[in-house]
Design a protein around this ligand. Sequence first.
Ligand SMILES: *Cc1c(COP(=O)(O)O)cnc(C)c1O
Length: 393
Amino acid sequence: MKYGVNEQGYYGEFGGAYIPEMLYPNVEELRNKYLSIINEDGFKKEFDQLLKDYVGRPSPLYPAKRYSEKYGANIFFKREDLNHTGSHKINNAIGQILLARRLGKKRIIAETGAGQHGVATATVCALMGIECVVYMGEVDMERQAPNVSRMKMLGATVVPARSGSKTLKDATNEALRDWIANPVDTHYIIGSVVGPYPYPDMVARFQSIISLETKKQLSEHTGRELPDYVMACVGGGSNAMGMFYHFLDDESVKLVAVEAAGKGVDSGHSAATTFLGREGVLHGSRTILMQTPDGQVVEPYSISAGLDYPGIGPQHAYLYKIHRAEYVSITDDEALQAGLLCSQLEGIIPAIETAHALAYLENMKFKTDDTVVICISGRGDKDLDTYIKYFGY
Ligand SMILES: *Cc1c(COP(=O)(O)O)cnc(C)c1O
């Protein structure tokens, strides 16, 4: 694959595994085994079966009639919001729990921002009867209280991360600390295409089901496999990478990744990584991240907990640098308005993360026969309080 990872774990100069020596055995074990395990017939069969019977895949590709009229193009929604647990995150969680079982692991740890990855992980641990500990920033626990209750009801232990901004990056640090302390029996399920190699590649492969299905469904709808544009929001970048994956080598397909500008890229309250960031190392990989001139990670801000992350996955950093994909950003206000528009034009209340991707349609210039696929990464139930506060319903 032209834009895929090389044998050393790099995408151009991005990626790799910059980890403390004490994590070597864990990461090395994964690195040596992940490809042979996920390419086994038995693994593929079990993964596909669970995606079908448990997650409810394939997720529909919905021709959004009223959006198409409004924006003057053929707009399709890839409905990851209809998955069990409400977002794309379950695809990766199922893949990693099956992998963990084959590695003989007895305990699962995870980090979570919006709570969606924590819920997905707690869900698959319940499904498999495996112990689950989820690290979550204290601020995120308040913003996403219903998801905390959900994880507890599913039998997981939720541990608050109280350092730094008390959000996703701090939860990630805590989870890494746990993994170092428990190297033998524990698997760390990372929720996005971030972290040391092989995570970015492994998570992208599990999420690539999104674009695999889209190609087939699009040709059923339109007679063509290839759209003109594919769009998705980017926190760490897993729904976007899943949505891009099988289109990467089709150079005619334009890829648009939408980051969170927060209160504005120049406001000091933003998570627009490619706009504000520089190259450096974050959570085990060389990528682009928001940092001070002397290399301290800058606290990111977005109204949506899932996009509130100071970096992007290394494959995104590469696609950005070589201009294979375009990286843009949308403010809190623009996203919330887009969430309302989607609710009232299509009867779909999107996650605020997803609403960022939808909002960028306002800035696009389409030809009338353009075909556009947007990844509806998740549903808005978890964000109702935020929507209600903003619009005053
Ligand atoms: C977590 C989340 C995101 C952001 O994560 P990515 O890894 O960038 O996909 C986007 N949308 C929803 C609904 C999420 O839960």
